[in-house]
Design a protein around this ligand. Structure first.
Ligand code: ADP
Length: 440
């Protein structure tokens, strides 16, 4: 403060002293003139600095603070420091805001801030997607004006947010959202939306699966029950009729047994704790054994050939391969009429080992092919059941293939036949060493 006054008064005092000197030597008039002109020049210089400051204040955006001599030098230096500090703080705030925006954009949930009358104050990109918003256009709008599903509007109207709202058919087709609102800060609400379409689908699949299994078991159980009641009500039933009834009951219990076996196989394959036990499997040996089993299943009704074009072994699980390959061979036999041809082959496509079964059977029309590996999906249910099918065979094959990072390829033409191939990754191909091969 003292320094300020010392510098501020230095010039007027100097002028005053010089004027006194002029007064003593030259006279009053000239001294007064000298004093007045000097002070006027001093004032004009100050006003010019003030003008520069005013000009800068009117539009300081990005421009440097003006320079000035004397007193003004200190004032401008302080202003400069303040501006620099202010810009630094502003940049820090912008960076923090960007950081927050990036973090909320990366959130797997939609987040929006609403005021107490549900006007949108801010939202992240996922909330924009979930509610079909555009943050540039819709900030300040009431959310119920943009997302008008009656359940959502009612949920907000009731203002009871202890339970989340499950909203199906939100703006995007088939989207199911779980919406939660959390009041905070007295008059604000945090809206959190989560896409649970996938969970809903899994829940539906689980429900369908239970319904399908119950349905599959109910038919044979009804048949067995019917025969048991008949045998009970008619103790003097003719021997041949009783034997026939017992035979049919046996067939139905076998059917249930196969179904339960396949269900257990599927659940074992789906068990995440059940990791693939890998070994070197001699595919030629495995296929020779499966070929023999196939021939007895076919009972010489088909021309069943085995072609071993590759002698490579496979890093895989022998039991699982037996199940997958066996399923495909048995399907070819079951869906190929008498006299048809079936070719089982092991060959290589580039460096990828391939197992395939080609048949000249009934074939499959194209619209069914993408759904064949769904559980219980059958093109012709009665044929499948008549031939002892459970509807789970290809689901099992697909699981086993994916556990080996292999893909199941299906090519078929209705009335002409089908080819089912499992294409293994090259990394599973092994040169066969007799001492390593698993006996199959
Ligand atoms: P299923 O026990 O009914 O045979 P799968 O899962 O093995 O069940 O097969 C599903 C459906 O795919 C079958 O019901 C059948 O309609 C069709 N399918 C499977 N393999 C063949 C094939 N080789 N030729 C014609 N259709 C087939």
């Amino acid at each position: 403060m003292f320094d300020f006054w010392r510098r501020a008064l230095f010039f007027p005092f100097a002028v005053l002293l010089l004027s006194l000197l002029v007064w003593a030597t030259v006279g009053t008039l000239l001294a007064t003139l000298f004093f007045s002109v000097s002070l006027l020049i001093h004032l004009v210089l100050h006003l010019r600095q003030l003008e520069a400051l005013d000009y800068w204040l009117a539009d300081s955006n990005g421009r440097a603070v003006p320079d000035g001599p004397g007193l003004w030098e200190e004032v401008f230096a302080r202003l400069n420091r303040m501006v620099r500090q202010h810009r630094k703080e502003h940049e820090q705030r912008v960076a923090a805001l960007q950081h927050m925006e990036q973090a909320t954009s990366a959130l797997p949930e939609g987040v929006a801030i609403l005021d107490d009358s549900y006007h949108i104050q801010w939202c992240n990109p996922l909330a924009e997607q979930h509610f079909g918003l555009d943050s540039k256009r819709d900030i300040g709008q009431q959310i119920t004006y943009l997302a008008r599903q009656p359940e959502f509007v009612q949920y907000l109207a009731i203002h009871e947010f202890s339970e989340p709202l499950v909203l199906s058919g939100a703006r995007q087709d088939g989207l199911t959202l779980s919406i939660k609102l959390i009041p905070y800060g007295g008059n604000k609400l945090l809206l959190i939306s989560r896409d649970i379409t996938h969970l809903e689908r899994i829940e539906n699949m689980r429900r369908d699966f239970v319904a399908n299994v119950s349905h599959e078991l109910r038919t044979p159980l009804t048949v067995v029950n019917g025969f048991v009641e008949t045998l009970h009500d008619m103790p003097n039933l003719e021997n041949s009729m009783a034997r026939r009834a017992l035979q049919l009951m046996g067939e139905q219990t076998h059917r249930m047994e196969r179904l339960v076996d396949d269900l257990l196989t599927l659940s074992k394959l789906e068990d995440t704790l059940n990791v693939l036990q890998e070994e070197t499997v001699d595919i030629s040996g495995l296929l020779r054994s499966l070929h023999q089993e196939g021939q007895s299943l076919s009972a010489e009704k088909h021309g069943l050939r085995l072609e071993l074009a590759s002698n490579c072994a496979l890093l895989s699980n022998a039991d699982e391969l037996r199940s997958a390959f066996g399923n495909l061979i048995s399907n070819a036999i079951r869906y190929t009429p008498q006299g048809g041809e079936i070719l089982v082959s092991w060959h290589e496509q580039g460096d990828q080992p391939v197992f395939s079964v080609q048949d000249s059977g009934i074939g499959i029309s194209p619209q069914h092919i993408p759904r064949l590996t769904e559980r219980f999906y059958r093109v012709d249910s009665s044929r499948s059941r008549e031939t002892g099918g459970t509807g789970l065979g290809l689901a099992i094959v697909k699981h086993i293939a994916s556990r080996h990072q292999a893909r199941l390829e299906i090519a078929s033409e209705e009335g002409k036949g089908s080819t089912f191939s499992i294409v293994f990754p090259a990394s599973r191909r092994l040169p066969l060493r007799a001492d390593e091969a698993i006996a199959t």
